[in-house]
Design a protein around this ligand. Sequence first.
Ligand code: NAI
Length: 461
Amino acid sequence: MPLHDLVVIGAGPGGYTAAIRAAQLGLNVACVEQESALGGTCLRIGCIPSKALLESSERFHEAKEKFSTYGVVLPEVKLDLATMLKRKDQVVTTLTKGVEGLFKKNKITRYFGHARINGIGRVTVQSQKETVELEAKHILIATGSKSSLLPGVQLDGDRIGTSTEALSYPEVPKHLVVIGAGYIGLELGSVWRRLGAKVTVLEFLNRILPGMDDEIATDAKKIFEKQGLEFRLGTKVTSAKVKGTECIVESEGNEPITCDRVLLAVGRVPNTDDLGLESVGIQSDAKKRITVDEHFATSAQGIYAIGDVIPGPMLAHKAEEEGVACVEHMVTGFGHVNYDAIPGVVYTQPEIGTVGKSEEQLKAEKIEYRKGIFPMMANARARTLGQTEGKIKVLVDAKTDRILGVHIIAAHAGDLINEAAMAIAFGASSEDLARTCHAHPTLGEALREAALAVDNRTINL
Ligand code: NAI
């Protein structure tokens, strides 16, 4: 029976990163993955293909609608959806093969099949070809999550589907109904809107992007409406069914909507079924998330869990942080994740980047704060880019000036937010940010100006 120091179950960003870090630290590591491609949801059917399509669709939209304003005149712009989808698949293949290469380089043994825990230190890997028993000093569960279902919404794997189907529609829908105005609904809704679909987003709550700073989410809604996304808030979807080539979507108190495709994006649930958790008495909560201590140890000896299967935001980079901290603690006795400094990004246009606490959280926690806001229209680089929508908001502790939250809606917010995350990680004040020289002309200057705005001393406004 093969013996490993560590068997990681799942090769998504959490699992594969943990496996690599553990190998660097000298452990004999194996990773079990049931899909033929490595990289998990993020690389295969999540972050990466969606970003490839967001990029392509934005290029198409710009070429069609905006290039002439930059003085670039094209003959008729046409959509070649097949090439767009092929490019997305190529990006995915390059990256998933890249993980294979990293496994080889780090001498990580890859097992193909479904892993089940079969007692302390024991994992059974089952594939169509064979069943392999593994022995492990440590086991790390990193099996990620899958789309939540909604009672009454009958997924048919084609017209009514999840993000997986929405990454590969063979033609641009005439009318796409998106259920859920969260990260996935807004990103994939934007893709198909830019390519010409009518897009209606049905959201249960009276706002979009729950959890996001209110002011930023309100701005975002206005901007997305200008782009043609139609929102129906306070709408509880009760059923969606295919009828011929059409779909009928029903919601409480409203007329049914007829459309040709439906995207269900109402959150995700942890993949904890059929893992043999009961064989070792691993405890989970009501949302099926595995209960762990501050070092990611479950209630079973030598078994750990990270990423989407434990509480916290379901984000690839959160899983990576946890994977690294978990195996570092396993080997060295030290390992830590700073949950106050985990950024989140919605890759719409403009992007939304957020880190730390929202104003609503600060109010709820009765923390006295001050804020500085700087609009992108006063930033020179944004002007030259022709992307002046949005703003940056810096929230600081009223007494100490320590930065507690930064919320950005702006072009390239996904890149800008990392500087804010570092500021929070280093315990910086708005004064620190304001006194750091920022290159000119850059979008990052708007972050500095927002820090200056905390004390009403912006220069360019
Ligand atoms: P989400 O939790 O972001 O949003 C789901 C939305 O559906 C919520 O606004 C919720 O109120 C709404 N909803 C729930 N039930 C409903 C109903 N019956 N009718 C209408 N609306 C309803 O979930 P989403 O967008 O599916 O994303 C899942 C996870 O994937 C998130 O945790 C997100 O963090 C992650 N993700 C991250 C991305 C990124 O980092 N850029 C991109 C895509 C996903």
